[in-house]
Design a protein around this ligand. Structure first.
Ligand SMILES: [Fe+2]
Ligand SMILES: [Fe+2]
Length: 242
């Protein structure tokens, strides 16, 4: 793990071949601790998944620059419209003049066609995008965990699931990658922060994601995780629907 900003503690760690987790620990008023992660897929056409909140842009930019020149970025992707997902989208579009927003068709139609300084590349459900060695597939996951526009990406070469807000863990002093249980801590966080919408399609969507058999889960908040992703996703479905 490389610390790219000693003041904030922003750090970079390669969690799968060519996939880097950028993480910044934060402390909120009142003392609650949290982390914001972004994932950089370094390839012929590099993809940054989640921009981080707008106020963290200088830190995330510095971290991306430790892996590759920021102007090389091709895609600025995210799961759904929220500040930590795409708050600095326009800053990134300016920093990487060849880049374009990457999102699902609902986000493109409802928000990004208007909010973003350049038109998005909207991925349809199940559509694959080649970045070079890596291939990402978009899954529409409406309302899972939240947002009509919500969707997630799997990277097929490394079987890395960019799982966004799923398995969100509180706290900030967490390892970049863990093989320990994250379902318990993330369910504990969900019970305190109730951020799921509990769609009737919850189990079917999670089963579809489990069928991709991910080996690494790239969580947006907390540690990334290594293990039998299919089993963990089915355990989450059990917990959400019990
Ligand atoms: Fe979210
Ligand atoms: Fe988030």
């Amino acid at each position: 793990m490389a610390v790219t900003n000693s003041q904030s503690g922003t750090n970079v760690h390669e969690i799968s071949e060519g996939i880097y987790r950028i993480s910044t620990p934060v402390a909120f008023e009142g003392g609650a601790k949290f982390s914001f992660n972004q994932y950089l897929i370094a390839d012929d056409e590099p993809l940054l998944f989640h921009t981080g909140p707008r106020k963290l842009f200088p830190l995330v930019r510095e971290a991306v620059a430790s892996v590759l020149p920021v102007e090389r970025l091709s895609y600025i992707g995210f799961s759904h419209v929220e500040a930590d997902e795409c708050g600095s989208l326009n800053e990134w579009l300016a920093a990487a003049p060849q880049s374009m927003p990457l999102c699902g068709t609902v986000a493109a139609m409802v928000s990004i066609g208007d909010l973003a300084d350049r038109s998005p590349r909207a991925l349809a459900d199940g559509e694959v995008l080649s970045l070079g060695k890596h291939r990402v597939r978009w899954f529409d996951t409406p309302h899972l965990p939240h947002g009509w526009d919500c969707g997630l990406l799997t990277e097929e070469q490394t079987r890395t699931f960019l799982c966004g807000d799923l398995f969100t863990q509180g706290g900030s002093a967490l390892p970049p990658v863990t093989e320990s249980d994250i379902l318990g801590p993330s369910e504990d966080f969900r019970h305190r922060m109730d951020y799921f919408s509990y769609t009737k399609n919850t189990r079917a969507i999670l089963e579809r994601l489990a069928a991709t058999e991910p080996a690494t889960l790239a969580c947006m908040h907390g540690s990334a995780w290594r293990g039998d992703g299919a089993t963990l996703l089915r355990a989450l479905a059990d917990s959400l629907t019990s």
